[in-house]
Ligand binder design. Structure first.
Ligand SMILES: C[S@@+](CC[C@H](N)C(=O)[O-])C[C@H]1O[C@@H](n2cnc3c(N)ncnc32)[C@H](O)[C@@H]1O
Length: 280
C-alpha cells in the first residue's frame, strides 16, 4: 500500500528538489530510446510522476531527435501542482518533443484511446498503486509498446562518513538517507540496494504476464557533492520531509557539521537502475 501523504511531499521544496537532485545519465536515455524505437509503434510517449522534469527534459530532447523533426508528444502526469509548475518552466520553448503536462495522479488519468509507444517513470513507480499500475500502464501502451522504469539510488563511498552520519540519523529518526548505504554494498544486480528493495518491479512484471523482453541495466558514476547541494538533496527526500520541521533542521545542521569536519562535501556513487519491458 502506498503512503499517499509521503508520496506528495516533494512539492513543498520543488525548487530545491530541482536544483539539488542528480540527473539521469545520457546512456540510460539512449538505451530506452533504442529499446523503444519510437516512431515504430504508438504515436507518443507518456511519463508517470514527472516531478520537475529531471527525466522529462533529456527524454523530450531525445524523442525530438529520434522523430527526425516530425511533431511528437510527451504527455507528463504529475499530481503535485507545485512540481508541475517547475516542470512547465523547465520544458517550455525547448527543442524536441512537445511536452503536455497533466496535473493529477496516474491512477486518475486516462489515455482516452491514445496508444503510447513508450511509457516511463523516473523514481516514481514505487509511489503508484501496486494493485492498479500494471493494468493502467498496459492500457496506455500500444501492442509492443515499451515500458521503462528507473531509479537513481546513491551510496556513500567513505565508511567513516557513513558511520558518523548514521549516528546523526539515529538521533533524529531519519530513514532512507543516501549516506545510510555504503556504495560498496550495492553489488552488480540492478534493483538491489538497501533503500527500496521492494520497489524493483521485475518480479511484479513477470507475475503480471502481459509483458515480454524484460531487461535490466545498472549504470554507475562517482560524484562529489558540496555540502549545500547535498543538504538540498536530503531536504528533498521524503524521509526528511516527513520529519517535524525543527527535527529536520537539526538533522541537516548536524549533517553539515559532520561533512565540514570531514573536509566538506561528500563523495558518493550514483547508480541508475533501469528496468525495461514491452507489451506482448
Ligand atoms: C521522487 S519524485 C520523482 C520526480 C521525477 N520523475 C524525477 O525523477 O526527479 C516522485 C514523483 O512522483 C509523483 N507521484 C507521487 N504519487 C504519484 C502518483 N500516484 N501518480 C503519478 N505521480 C506520482 C510525485 O509528485 C513526485 O513528483
Amino acid at each position: 500500500m502506498v503512503d499517499t501523504g509521503r508520496s506528495r511531499v516533494f512539492g513543498e521544496v520543488a525548487e530545491v528538489y530541482d536544483a539539488a537532485r542528480p540527473a539521469y545519465t545520457d546512456a540510460l536515455v539512449a538505451e530506452v530510446l533504442a529499446y523503444a524505437a519510437p516512431g515504430g509503434r504508438g504515436c507518443a510517449a507518456l511519463e508517470i510522476g514527472a516531478g520537475t522534469g529531471k527525466a522529462t527534459v533529456p527524454f523530450a530532447e531525445a524523442l525530438g531527435r529520434a522523430s527526425g523533426g516530425a511533431a511528437t508528444e510527451l504527455v507528463c502526469v504529475e499530481p503535485d501542482a507545485r512540481m508541475a509548475q517547475v516542470l512547465r518552466r523547465n520544458t517550455e520553448n525547448r527543442p524536441g518533443a512537445r511536452v503536455r503536462v497533466h496535473v493529477g495522479a496516474f491512477e486518475d488519468w486516462r489515455p482516452d484511446g491514445r496508444d503510447f509507444g513508450l511509457a516511463f517513470a523516473a523514481t516514481s513507480w514505487h509511489w503508484t498503486d501496486p494493485r492498479r499500475r500494471w493494468d493502467l500502464v498496459h492500457e496506455a501502451l500500444a501492442p509492443g509498446g515499451a515500458l521503462a522504469l528507473f531509479w537513481n539510488p546513491q551510496g556513500v563511498r567513505d565508511p567513516a562518513l557513513h558511520s558518523a552520519l548514521a549516528a546523526v540519523d539515529r538521533r533524529h529518526g531519519v530513514t532512507g538517507a543516501p549516506h545510510g548505504v555504503l556504495a560498496s554494498s550495492f553489488g552488480e544486480v540492478p534493483g538491489h540496494w538497501a533503500g527500496l528493495p521492494a520497489a524493483w518491479p521485475e518480479d511484479e512484471c513477470r507475475r503480471d504476464g502481459r509483458f515480454t523482453d524484460l531487461r535490466a541495466v545498472r549504470y554507475r558514476q562517482d560524484l562529489s557533492y558540496g555540502t549545500d547541494r547535498y543538504l538540498g538533496c536530503l531536504a528533498s527526500l521524503s524521509g526528511y520531509r516527513v520529519l517535524p520541521a525543527a527535527r529536520r533542521a537539526a538533522a541537516l545542521a548536524e549533517t553539515a557539521e559532520v561533512l565540514d569536519a570531514h573536509g566538506g562535501g561528500i563523495p558518493m556513487t550514483l547508480f541508475n537502475d533501469l528496468f525495461l519491458a514491452r507489451t506482448r
